[in-house]
Design a protein around this ligand. Structure first.
Ligand code: ZN
Ligand code: ZN
Length: 364
């Protein structure tokens, strides 16, 4: 196989200085590092190729031989390049440590970490959603240990820097082709060793606490509404802030009203006489015990929807209320008493319907 020119591989001119070489290699190594390109054969080859070029050009003796005699010249010295990543990492391990200190094996764990956020599910009625609600909720969580103020250390003593990872919280090891950073086993990634753990929390810095909060649910919430209570989640670690508490609302179904956004919808049964003549009726509404007096217009039709402004749900972000939409469900009597029968027969005649005729015209 023809080897590429080392200068070409690193994109360098023949007179490149040591810093240029290092910079050029760093750029390619970052790009093709196996941790960033797992399972990518092409990246693997490029990485090896760049590493070999760097290995030669950074060494003034090898570089000189290469400049004079090319690849053959180096072979004469016994130089074979690299067999695999293990080779590369053991040769340039210190450089990779430097290059990849931003962490290819996950975030450093000895930094402050925010506590977990919690979710609290709450079921409320439509009436409660309408008027808002105050309720004391109780739950358990990991809260900050007050004895040690979350440090996990007995008050008066100090945690010590872990000697295994020198406080980094990570150790670097090679596994096959890969160089992997893993949480330090001595300190569990925290970077510190607690010799004298706080007795109240066994060194965790957190304890199980019962929390009760007086929750104010604003009017207008709907299923899926979330109330965020900042800082009411679990305690953070290593001085990190606590998480938040999310109260997730579920509004239960109502037997009369359906909700569509801020509008309320219901069906009201009326008699066909009320529909024909018009009427005033009192319907139940949310938010008014005595109900609401609404007018059925003369000649109302089955399925007509009467909209009553400002009688729907309050808007959660506005003062505007939705509408109440009332669908008229016109009932036809299934039985008539004799008086009603008589009156309707009379009524039929006024409409030109003669029910005694044997053959009736369907229309007109
Ligand atoms: Zn404690
Ligand atoms: Zn450690």
């Amino acid at each position: 196989m023809d080897k590429r020119d080392y200068y070409e591989t690193l994109n360098l001119s023949r007179d490149a200085g040591d810093d240029d070489i290092k910079r050029a290699y760093r750029k390619l190594a970052m790009q093709y590092h196996p941790d960033r390109n797992p399972g990518n054969k092409e990246a693997e080859d490029k990485f090896k190729e760049a590493s070999e070029a760097y290995e030669v050009l950074r060494d003034s003796e090898k570089r000189q031989i290469y400049d004079q005699y090319g690849h053959e010249g180096l072979q004469g010295t016994g130089f074979r390049g690299f067999s695999g990543f293990d080779d590369i990492f053991s040769s340039f391990g210190d450089i990779f440590e430097d290059f990849f200190s931003f962490g290819s094996g996950g975030r450093r764990r000895n930094r402050p970490v925010q506590g977990n956020s919690l979710r609290y599910n709450m079921e409320i009625t439509l009436e409660e959603a309408y008027s808002g609600k105050e309720e004391v909720i109780e739950f358990k969580k990991w809260g900050r240990c007050e004895t040690c103020d979350g440090s996990g250390v007995t008050p008066g003593s100090e945690p010590q820097v872990c000697s295994t990872c020198r406080g980094n919280g990570q150790v670097v090891r090679s596994q096959g082709f890969f160089q992997i950073k893993t949480p330090c086993p001595s300190c569990n990634g925290s970077g510190r060793i607690i010799k004298d753990p706080c007795k109240a929390c066994s060194g965790r810095g957190k304890v199980q606490v019962e929390r009760s909060i007086n929750l104010k649910i604003p009017p207008g919430v709907d299923t899926g509404s979330q109330l965020r209570l900042r800082g009411e989640g679990e305690a953070g670690e290593l001085g990190g802030p606590p998480g938040d508490l999310f109260v997730v609302i579920h509004v239960s179904d109502h037997n009369l009203f359906k909700r569509e956004g801020d509008h309320l919808y219901c069906e009201i049964p009326i008699s066909f006489v009320q529909a024909a003549l018009g009427d005033k009726i009192t319907i139940p509404v949310i938010g008014a015990e005595d109900g609401y007096e609404m007018e059925i217009p003369k000649g109302a039709q089955p399925g007509d929807i009467i909209s009553i402004p400002e009688m729907g749900m309050p808007g959660i972000n506005s003062r505007k209320r939705g509408q109440l939409l009332v669908k008229l469900n016109v009932l036809i009597p299934k039985k008539l008493n004799s008086k009603q029968q008589e009156l309707l027969e009379e009524f039929a005649k006024t409409e030109g319907i003669d029910r005694k005729k044997k053959k009736r015209k369907l229309f007109g």
